[in-house]
Design a protein around this ligand. Structure first.
Ligand SMILES: [Zn+2]
Length: 357
């Protein structure tokens, strides 16, 4: 997720904070400070910190359950409307997806139970000033209960929606199940959004938009993955491209971009070994910083994932996702560069009608 930066690493999972989180912090600090002065602002901010720890634990619940099925979670991003655990892949079997989807709400339920026992199950309005420790505990009880209830709504891509998708996938194809779950999610999001406009409740409106966009992008991802099923890197790689020498200038790459529509530029040393790959975005960044005379290698990505043409495309997607690399270098058995597998080449292939079986 863009606009976020790393704050910590927990059991191999990068924890990231979304930039909007700071706007939210400022808003909470100001609104609580107006009512209760510095003490009020501090109380509000500590509550936010504690709520985020609860959301983080919820996401870690998903991540740890996924780990039981051998699925890594490269990162968890915390945003003002909740967390997003980015799993390396979606569990293959529906029952595994159900367990992973329910692990987060289970954590929230345990937290709600714990805080509930501590405060005598007394609900506390979330807005307004927090009154001392007992008020804080009551707020945490209320928020975790709300989080639990909200996440269990059958609105894809929220946890309840994932359970719904997995249940549908027991009878239907994965793609069909996702399309139906996403359509239900988007329909409910529209109603939620309308209700939020009428109340008006800005946070609810944010959530509705998040659900609507999330459902759309996830069902698109599933369609791409289904289309790629059974295909190999060799089917999608670009084989005709110009190689640049390692000492090439950025101008050489921009010349290729403009005259040959090449978007990814491999840089080779004298022995024909690949030393880095410059992509379009890094080229533009380099041109802005160093101008056309700048060295291409300074802006190229050095550690590239090397793959063989026989690798399954679905695995190639996973590798690109995991490493954040814009391209994969395809090498033959002798280690010579034979092709490039880029986001563009993948989407070109998948836009064509499927050949054969
Ligand atoms: Zn969750």
């Amino acid at each position: 997720m863009r606009w976020s930066f790393p704050i910590a690493r927990l059991t191999g999972i990068q924890i990231r904070l979304h930039l909007t989180f700071f706007i939210f912090l400022g808003w909470i600090g100001l609104s609580h400070g107006r009512e209760g002065g510095w003490a009020g602002a501090l109380g509000g901010l500590s509550l936010v910190g504690l709520v985020f720890s609860c959301i983080l634990l919820h996401e870690l619940g998903h991540a740890w359950a996924a780990r039981c099925f051998g699925i890594a979670t490269p990162d968890i991003t915390l945003t003002p409307i909740g967390g997003v655990a980015r799993l390396e892949r979606i569990p293959e079997r529906p029952i595994e997806e159900i367990i992973v989807a329910l692990a987060g709400p289970l954590v929230s339920a345990l937290l709600a139970l714990g805080f509930g026992l501590a405060c005598g199950f007394e609900f506390q309005a979330v807005e307004g000033e927090v009154q001392g420790w007992s008020g804080m505990v009551a707020s945490l009880f209320s928020i975790n209960t709300a989080l639990l209830a909200f996440n269990l709504l059958p609105v894809f891509p929220m946890d309840g929606g994932r359970v719904l998708r997995a249940l549908l996938a027991m009878w239907l194809s994965y793609e069909r199940a996702t399309t139906i779950a996403a359509a239900i999610g988007q329909t409910l999001a529209v109603f939620l959004g309308l209700a939020a406009l009428l109340v008006p409740a800005p946070v609810l409106l944010f959530i509705a938009v998040f659900v609507f966009l999330g459902a759309g992008s996830e069902s698109a991802q599933v369609r791409v993955r289904e289309a790629a099923r059974g295909l190999r890197v060799g089917d999608a790689m670009v084989t005709s491209f110009v190689r640049l020498p390692a000492q090439a200038a950025l101008a050489d790459a921009s010349h290729l971009l403009l005259h040959a529509a090449q978007h990814t530029f491999p840089l080779m040393d004298e022995d024909g070994g690949l030393v880095g790959i410059l992509d379009r975005n890094s080229l533009i960044a380099g041109l802005q910083e160093a101008g056309p005379a700048g060295r291409a290698l300074d802006y190229a990505r050095r550690e590239l994932p090397f793959v063989e043409p026989t690798l399954l495309l679905t695995q190639a997607f996973g590798l690109m996702e995991r490493t954040g690399s814009p391209a994969l270098a395809v090498v033959n058995g002798r280690g010579d560069l034979v092709g490039l597998c880029t986001q563009e080449s993948l989407s070109e292939l998948l836009s064509l009608p499927k050949q054969g079986a």
